[in-house]
Design a binder for this molecule. Structure first.
Ligand code: SF4
Length: 67
């Protein structure tokens, strides 16, 4: 797999709304407190689209895709 992007979550900003792992369950999951964990850090094109859904919908701006 050729990685298109790297997914980062700022744990200091994440408060556990859960939108990311509901919208993109192949990229994100929840920890025991409902905060976000990144399952796939290096994502292909298809998963990058999923990750961007999480990025766009995180109210805290905690998710970042790096190229
Ligand atoms: S949507 Fe944002 S604040 Fe909510 S769990 Fe995901 S990263 Fe954390």
């Amino acid at each position: 797999m050729i990685a298109l992007a790297r997914v980062r979550v700022d744990a200091e900003k994440c408060v556990g709304h859960g939108r990311c792992y509901v919208l993109a369950p192949e990229v994100f999951e929840e920890d025991e407190r409902g905060h976000c964990i990144v399952i796939e850090e290096d994502v292909s094109e298809a998963l990058a689209d999923e990750a961007r859904k999480g990025e766009r919908n995180c109210p805290e701006g905690a998710i970042r895709l790096e190229r």
